[in-house]
Design a protein around this ligand. Structure first.
Ligand code: GLY
Ligand code: MN
Length: 504
């Protein structure tokens, strides 16, 4: 027989009425709220307008998400769902449990309403006794009035959401971004289910509602393909901050070698700059020395860094707005490439340069990969690494072997923005097969990965893995290299490292 485990009451402290009155008293008046309108507010208004036009007359529910338990009563740092951040402009850790609703307005269009937990009174138990939400524990929360001014969105107390979301259900179609908050999704499913009493039909109605919800999520993901001016500036800032973090890492290379477990030292150094300059890292940093670089998403970062190693650092800083960079450099820890490392590096550099040159409006997203992978295949062919009888055209023919992919199994590019792999729900026709348009931001990140135990690789190249990754924005006539602060070619990398590595 299973029994539900309930938490033992082992640390509570009884609260008397006398104490309640005491702790609620003796505070200075709250400071006057002078929050200005955020610069993003004009842009989010346009984003919500586009959403409103796509779903006329419907109630659209976009939750921020809730706090997630890390262990017992400790939560992970909160990060709002990207669709919510995009439509409200709220970033960093704002606001757990909040819900944006686009409410169909009489006469057309929508009114945007943000429901959240506003600052609680000092006369509540929450104020001093609630370790998740209380001011004594997590600091003061904004008021409804200040957030309304800041975002230019009508604000309401979260306690009203449940009633409001079910209003007129049956007359008004309701959609929800399902993966943001299980509690809100369940609330929406419950109110929608009240319309349909017949059980047989109810299941079908639920499936139709889920499909409708998925259309909403896809629209919101696709809406982020082209960045507006405000987003473009955030991406520039994220790349600039990330470049500074790369520089901080290089300055610490000798320490990483000296201390052992140097990959963790690199990770920590990057993290420190990320937390200092922005919200944190946009994804788990890949800090891979030597053969670890051949594990594409090596985030364990437990390895040593030894003299003579290449270090592959794939990392990005996420700003408080939650826009993130995604940059990779493969750097010789001593500041100079060996001859073998240089040969592999130069091939990847040539491939990346071809990929970047292919980024312009009207080209297709997939053309960038085609340009880069051709150069990879050409090098492998010239090095005699493709099977006998296989030339470059043969290898590149998608209907045939694609042998070159043994050494670069990943694609060259992905969209980048609020999510490191942004716009993930967009259809293939809007993503891979689509024309590039001004404002799109993508990575260009070819690599070559020669595993230590790969017997098809020349012996002195085994254990060398190289990826070079930059972030580019499509412009009217080409692209802007957002991550231009960091050197790309081997010569420029060596020259830069000579200025950054501490002199012994
Ligand atoms: N930066 C990791 C990736 O693009 O998958
Ligand atoms: Mn990437």
């Amino acid at each position: 027989m299973s029994e539900k485990q309930t938490k033992a009451e082992h640390r509570g402290i009884p609260v008397t009425e006398e104490f309640r009155r005491y702790i609620a008293s003796g505070w200075a008046p709250r400071k006057e709220d002078t929050t200005p309108r955020a610069s993003v507010a004009d842009y989010t208004e346009r984003r919500r307008q586009a959403l409103s036009e796509a779903f006329p007359g419907e109630r659209l529910v976009v939750p921020a998400g809730g706090l997630k338990v890390r262990s017992n009563d400790c939560d992970y740092l909160f990060r709002p769902h990207s669709a919510f951040a995009h439509l409200t402009g709220l970033g960093a850790d704002r606001e757990p449990d909040a819900v944006l609703v686009l409410e169909p307005a009489e006469g057309g269009g929508h009114e945007s309403v943000l429901y959240f937990r506003p600052a609680s009174g000092r006369d509540t138990d929450e104020f001093f006794a609630d370790s998740r939400y209380g001011e004594f524990w997590v600091g003061p929360r904004p008021t409804l009035a200040s957030t309304q001014v800041e975002l230019g969105i009508t604000t309401r107390d979260l306690s009203q959401f449940e009633t409001e979301v079910g209003k007129d259900v049956g007359t008004v179609q309701v959609r929800v971004v399902r993966d943001a908050d299980v509690v809100v999704t369940a609330q929406v499913d419950t109110v929608r289910a009240t319309v349909c009493q017949d059980e047989g039909v109810a299941e079908q109605a639920h499936q139709e509602a889920v499909t409708a919800d998925q259309e909403l999520a896809r629209f919101l993901s696709t809406l982020r393909l082209c960045k507006d001016d405000w987003e473009a500036e955030q991406m520039r800032q994220a790349c600039a901050a990330t470049a500074r973090a790369f520089e901080a890492v290089v300055a610490e290379f000798p320490e990483a070698v000296r201390r052992g477990r140097g990959e963790r030292w690199i990770e920590g150094t990057f993290n420190r700059t990320a937390r200092h300059e922005g919200n944190g890292v946009g994804y788990e940093s890949i800090c891979a020395a030597a053969d670890h670089a051949n594990t594409l998403h090596w985030v364990r970062n437990t390895g040593d860094v030894r003299p003579g190693d290449l270090v592959l650092l794939d990392a990005g800083i996420e700003m408080d707005s939650l826009f993130t960079a995604d940059i990779t450099r493969t750097l010789p820890v001593d500041g100079r490439f060996t001859a073998a490392q240089r040969q592999v590096y130069d091939a990847v550099f040539a491939a990346q340069s071809a990929g970047i040159a292919a980024v312009r409006p009207g080209a297709k997203f997939k053309d960038v990969h085609a340009a880069a992978i051709r150069v990879i295949a050409e090098h492998l062919y010239a090095w005699g690494m493709l099977p006998d009888g296989v030339d470059v055209e043969h290898a590149l023919d998608p209907q045939r072997g694609a042998w070159h992919r043994r050494w670069m199994v990943h694609g060259t590019s992905h969209h980048l923005g609020l999510d490191v792999h942004d716009c993930a729900l967009a259809l293939r026709e809007d993503y891979m097969d689509a024309d590039l348009r001004p404002g799109m931001v993508l990575t260009v990140e070819p690599g070559l990965y020669f595993k230590e135990d790969d017997l098809l690789v020349p012996e002195d190249w085994r254990g060398i893995g190289v990826r070079i990754e930059d972030d580019v924005m499509v412009t009217e006539d080409g692209c802007e290299l957002l991550s231009h602060h960091l050197p790309r070619s081997a010569e420029d990398v060596e020259a830069w490292m000579a200025t950054v590595l501490p002199h012994s």
